[in-house]
Design a protein around this ligand. Structure first.
Ligand code: 4NP
Length: 149
């Protein structure tokens, strides 16, 4: 299973999602891969936001190996699950799938917790809501593991 976590900047939400999922994969000894990307390239090459790094550290996770990168069309081929943090990310991912051949693997991450509700993980960049985001992503990644492992 190859999972790609996607947000806007790939510095706040999706790096946390990647780090949380990576830890669960290692803990369970699964042969899965996880990566993350942003629909924008605004922070290309940068470390995760210091607030995401700190929140991860508080939960025993090191995400400082990660560097921001922009989502590529080829990611739609390379990954089995492409998980959007919010509806804007979802719509931008779908735009890359112009022939609609990958739609089954593009999903809203919180639909694993709240099926069919299309809830968004709120962007913590401006409101500092990193703990709330962490808790949502911890729940969602747990549900994904339960569903596919
Ligand atoms: P992310 O948060 O999409 O969770 O990484 C953001 C990061 C940067 C910006 C917006 C959201 N920005 O405007 O630069």
């Amino acid at each position: 299973m190859k999972i790609l976590m996607v947000c806007l900047g790939n510095i706040c939400r999706s790096p946390l999602a990647e780090g949380i999922m990576q830890k669960k994969i290692e803990d369970q000894g699964l042969d899965w891969q996880v990566d993350s990307a942003g629909t924008s390239g605004w922070h290309q090459g940068e470390l995760p936001d210091p607030r995401s790094i700190e929140k991860a550290q508080q939960h025993g996770l090191d995400i400082t190996y990660q560097r921001s990168r922009q989502l590529l069309s080829s990611d739609l081929e390379d990954f089995d699950l492409i998980l959007a943090m919010d509806t804007s990310n979802y719509n931008n991912i779908k735009k890359l799938d112009s022939e609609n051949i990958h739609s089954d693997k593009i999903k809203m991450i919180l639909n694993f917790v709240y099926p069919n509700e299309n809830r968004s993980v709120p962007d913590p960049y401006y409101d500092n809501g990193f703990q709330r985001v962490y808790d949502m992503l911890d729940q969602a990644t747990e549900a994904i593991l339960n569903q596919y492992s």
